[in-house]
Design a protein around this ligand. Structure first.
Ligand SMILES: Nc1ncnc2c1ncn2[C@@H]1O[C@H](COP(=O)(O)OP(=O)(O)O)[C@@H](O)[C@H]1O
Ligand SMILES: Cc1ncc(COP(=O)(O)O)c(C=O)c1O
Ligand SMILES: [Mg+2]
Length: 270
């Protein structure tokens, strides 16, 4: 059985964060384990306002020890990390446990928000985790933050940002164009320092993309755990997330997650 770890926050509404990661690992046939960094809740009496409850490094460290030392993994990913201390602990742990296949999803924002949730963590994400990543998967906002590029509006901008992030030490950089890029396709740019590969899919007219990035990076992690190359993993994950968005749905008036089972049930098979 191939095994994967997600170090991420809990999205209580179930579409993003650790919940999206576990559902995706299950869909992709990989045994999922978790280390929880934060809990995010939403207030139904106050316009679904988010609250983030951090978990201390004292509580995170034994979770990492349980999974990485006690069991071992074929791949791991990170999501919302919440503090500089947590990022530094994750960096030390990757080194100590010598984890291969490290997917860093540098979560800075929740959808619909262009302001970083924990702006003080941007520098440590860049300096501690990007250099330790097999692949880093920023969205447009996060790629601009990590690269220092002006807001990304075109595929050319995405390539420039990917090249700058590559120089920080990531093996592969995947900049996600997503729904915000002004383009008739949903385009992502994959860069390994030599070649830019454009991954294009149908652009689906929906606001229900909550958790899309978590789901995408979890699918990449699962494929890497199974021994696929980074390129194969990203291509499979792109097909997986496109079907999940095609079949996304509103959970209530505020939030609409992707459907994690869609690729298996309606889409491209296994
Ligand atoms: N409306 C959409 N139609 C099709 N694909 C989309 C759409 N929105 C996002 N995607 C794709 O979903 C994946 C996650 O991207 P994105 O939503 O930008 O990440 P994040 O959730 O981290 O902000 C990418 O492959 C992106 O191109
Ligand atoms: C715990 C947690 N992690 C990550 C995210 C980021 O989600 P996305 O995949 O939409 O970027 C969210 C967004 O709500 C979240 O609540
Ligand atoms: Mg994201």
């Amino acid at each position: 059985m191939y095994k994967a770890l997600t170090i991420a926050g809990s999205d209580t509404s179930g579409g993003a964060g650790i919940q999206a990661d576990l559902k995706t690992f299950q869909e992709r046939g990989v045994y999922g384990m978790t280390a929880l960094t934060t809990i995010v809740t939403m207030d139904p009496h106050n316009g679904w306002a988010h609250q983030v409850f951090p978990i201390s490094t004292e509580v995170l460290a034994p979770q990492l020890e349980t999974v990485l030392h006690g069991v071992g993994v074929d791949a791991m990913k990170t999501g919302m990390l919440g503090s500089v201390e947590i990022i530094e602990l994750v960096g030390r742990t990757i080194d100590r446990e010598n984890v291969g296949n490290v997917v860093i999803d540098p979560v800075m924002v929740c959808k619909g928000n262009d302001e970083a949730l924990h702006p003080e963590t941007t520098v440590s994400l860049r300096d501690v985790l990007v250099p330790r990543s097999t692949i880093v998967t920023p969205n447009l906002f996060e790629a601009a933050q990590l690269s220092g590029h002006a807001p990304l509006r075109t595929v050319e901008d995405m390539k420039e940002a990917a090249a700058a992030i590559k120089k920080l030490g990531a093996k592969f950089v995947l900049v996600k164009g997503g729904g915000k890029l002004q383009h008739d396709k949903a385009v992502d740019v994959l860069y390994d320092g030599e070649t830019f590969e454009l991954l294009e899919s149908d652009r689906i007219e929906t606001a229900n993309t909550h958790g899309a990035g978590c789901t995408y990076s979890a699918a990449i992690t699962a494929e890497l755990a199974k021994g696929k190359s980074v390129r194969e993993a990203v291509r499979t994950a792109k097909a997986f997330i496109t079907e999940a968005i095609r079949h996304s749905f509103p959970l209530n008036q505020y939030v609409g997650p992707t459907l994690h089972s869609a690729y298996r049930v309606y889409g491209g098979g296994n």
